[in-house]
Design a protein around this ligand. Sequence first.
Ligand code: AMP
Ligand code: MG
Length: 348
Amino acid sequence: MKKIFIFFITSMFVSCYQIESPRTEKLLGTVCSVNAYSDGTKKLYDELFNRLRKINSEFNIYSAESELSKVNSNAGEQAVEVSEDVFYLVKKSLEYYQLSEGAFNIAVGPLVKLWGINSQNNFAPENLPKEAEIRNALNLINPKNIDLIPSGSSNEKSKIFLKEKGMKLDLGGIVKGYATDELVKILKNNNVKKAIIDLGGNVFLYGEKFKGKKWNVGIKNPHDKLGQAALILSVDGNKTVVTSGKYERFFEKDGKQFHHILDPKIGRPVESSLASVTIISDSSCYADALSTSAFVLGLNDFSRIIKFDDSVEYIFMDSDLSTIYASKNLEGKIQINVDSIKEIKFVD
Ligand code: AMP
Ligand code: MG
């Protein structure tokens, strides 16, 4: 009996600490995967993916039960108690609204709904919104009407109140970055040596790749259905690489492309020659907000806003792939992988 018991305990211990293959699950509306190499035990992957499931349950606007959905459905009526995750990320997003001069706006929910962006069937040429509908939705996206009510004591939760009926928060432009940073905290706590986190294109290269070697990350060719890289970027460890691209979700009508990144000033998908913007930084949350912002702002305004922040590098890729614009410090770190790119221009 004793022997069987010891065997049982030992085998439980071994299975918990055995190295598993990288884990992938569909969460946060995308494919999430983590490879923790020689530290990738069941125990570690369980902790990482439980954290992702918790974040998913708080921010998922497709489930009426999520905290964010409750904040949205109580708009104009009452303040709703939220977790520290939701309170923190909404507050942080409002800082990015200021930094981006209004380009990054989590109150875009009514416009996202109107365009059908995050729905399976409604994001289609036959559902183009009417001018009057866009004007109405634009009246509901002012972040000044997001009221953050911090908790007064440790046994009380913080609350969020959307002051106008019909307002809706959508954190789709930042939550993957936030989740990535939360996973990095877990890797640190567990003394993991190296890992790759990839939450639907929000990539974090954790630790040193191998004896001073840099990590290589492909930046997608927007025209390649198989996701072949147009550029190969070489980056140090503990950096995140985040791309916002219009090829991720779009439809075409009369030769015009309608995609999922909205210009909050006009209530329509951004109209520009850009195919994607990639941000390289230390924080994935910051990089996620910045990549969406940069797509809205375009190269000139974005580089002006970010001029004094040395922690941020960027790559702007046009749809025609002829010229790539990248920040100065990336010189020597980008390899061209398709013939159509003739030049990379490095900007200060
Ligand atoms: P990303 O792929 O990170 O650039 O985020 C795009 C997602 O963010 C969209 O699917 C919308 O849910 C949301 N979104 C669209 N436009 C904006 C915007 N201007 N500011 C903040 N979030 C946005
Ligand atoms: Mg983003």
